[in-house]
Design a protein around this ligand. Structure first.
Ligand code: DGL
Length: 292
């Protein structure tokens, strides 16, 4: 395989180590929200083995500084690389927003973020004019979505809305709780008033809010989430790079978290919509080991 043939923008650097199709895909997120992306990938690519790292000891990333997010994302990536993954999915919007370019610069394997696929999916509709983005403070402040959208199409009207209360509400399983509707209305009303035609759910937790968002938003507003759009993009990239796993076995999932608690296990089940199997504890930052 001639690695020099792959463009830098897709996450490749020229190098000598060719990834192996049978190696697992690596995913990381600040916590278990990235499992919404894993679920979408399992549905689309059922033969892929998946190694998932959730940095539960240090979440949330959404309120941290860009430097800290970049350092954490680097340590997450090192952990996955040390375990021989063939490609990495940054299943966290905040980490994608702040760290994707530096990770692609440093590591010699394909690294896919959640922003490009979401932006491409939002712009598939040529009629799109007014786009709302809901995300963590870190993602909104990075302007990564705003820049990516504006680069691809001129004349868009883009409104970013930080929605920091949504992750805790989702983690409490309060999707149907009246408090969540009140908070969402507060966040969404300014976007609806501006006449958005598309709402980007720019956080990997937010696919769990789709039913309540559908109830609260005018029916013509199109929702674009990070999970399904990233899964489709990943499939295209694996085909393009000739890295798709052979269809001879059911894909496995191994979940590693930097902090283990019963709550995370329950949450993981909710995000995956099935039992995550045995969860391992990972230690990052030079150690890169699995404790149990
Ligand atoms: N999963 C993160 C994201 O997609 C949100 C949670 C956090 O703030 O760490 O931005």
């Amino acid at each position: 395989m001639n690695l020099a043939a792959f463009p830098l923008a897709r996450g490749w650097r020229t190098g000598t180590i060719a990834p192996v199709k049978s190696a697992p895909l690596g995913f990381f997120d600040s916590g278990v929200g990235g499992l919404t992306v894993v679920r979408a990938v399992q549905e689309l690519l059922p033969h892929e083995d998946i190694l998932y790292l959730g940095d539960t000891a240090r979440l949330p990333y959404g309120s941290k500084s860009p430097e800290t997010i970049r350092q954490f994302a680097d340590e997450d990536t090192q952990f996955l690389v040390s375990r021989g993954v063939k490609a990495i999915v940054v299943a966290c919007n905040t980490a994608t927003a702040h760290a994707l370019p530096s990770l692609r610069e440093k590591y010699r394997l394909p690294i896919i973020g959640v922003i490009e696929p979401g932006v491409d999916a939002a712009l598939e509709n040529p009629q799109v004019e007014r786009i709302g983005i809901i995300a963590t403070r870190g993602t909104i402040r990075s302007h990564a979505y705003q820049h990516a959208l504006a680069l691809r199409r001129t004349g868009l009207i883009i409104h970013g809305q930080a929605t920091p209360l949504l992750v805790p509400l989702i983690e409490e399983n309060w999707m149907d709780h009246p408090a969540t509707s009140v908070v969402l209305k507060e966040y969404l009303d300014p976007l609806v008033e501006k006449g958005i035609d598309t709402l980007m759910l720019a956080c990997t937790h937010y696919p769990l809010l789709i039913p309540v968002l559908r109830d609260l938003l005018p029916p013509e507003v199109r929702l674009v989430d990070s999970a399904t759009t990233c899964a489709e993009h990943l499939r295209r990239e694996l085909v393009r790079l000739d890295l798709l796993a052979a269809g001879d076995h059911d894909g496995t999932l191994e979940v590693h978290l930097t902090d283990l608690s019963d709550e995370f296990e329950t949450l993981a089940r909710r995000f995956l919509k099935r039992a995550p199997g045995r969860i391992h504890r990972a230690v990052l930052g030079g150690h890169n080991k699995v404790l149990s």
